[in-house]
Design a protein around this ligand. Sequence first.
Ligand code: ATP
Length: 172
Amino acid sequence: MWKRGGTLGKGSYGFVSLAFTDTDSPMNVPSVIVVKSCTLSHSQSLQNERKFLRMFGDCPQLIRCFGFKVTQEDDSHLYNLLLEYASVGSVADRLGERGLPEIQIQKHTKNILLGLSLIHKKGIIHCGIKPHNILLTTTNGYGSAVVAKIADFGLALTSEQKQDAEAGAQRN
Ligand SMILES: Nc1ncnc2c1ncn2[C@@H]1O[C@H](COP(=O)(O)OP(=O)(O)OP(=O)(O)O)[C@@H](O)[C@H]1O
């Protein structure tokens, strides 16, 4: 269904690659995607990310998830999460010394707050909002614009999980 391309970066759990989909892929999957991969035995964080992202479907404020696939590569089983490619990189990449123009900050902040409000309405807490995890994509078509999307649900919790964790910490 897809072919791995170059590596975009490495995280604490594994690595992120560009990937190119086949012509027989479902219509809603673009020809260029991103694959986040790690060994199957260490895939808890990626599985967590998938569990939360699939609750949102095609929400324009969040990086889209196209499912997962387990592959065998170089004698290891890899868990691969298939994600929308954010071709402009992260907000952290774009900040530089001079920061971003105020007009872009206003637009991105509005999108991020809208995304967070949708996440919170479903009783989920992202737990990792930072410039590295806000990715920038482009809209297709005439006059294409840069759009900010929330990514990386590897640390996300339901509000019940958060309450349980806090109660456990108070007991200890
Ligand atoms: N959907 C995506 N589109 C484009 N680039 C991405 C995407 N997801 C991750 N990346 C890039 O891949 C690199 C690694 O990302 P990743 O989220 O795995 O690690 P990190 O955020 O640097 O570390 P950690 O998640 O351990 O805090 C980063 O440069 C990130 O911007």
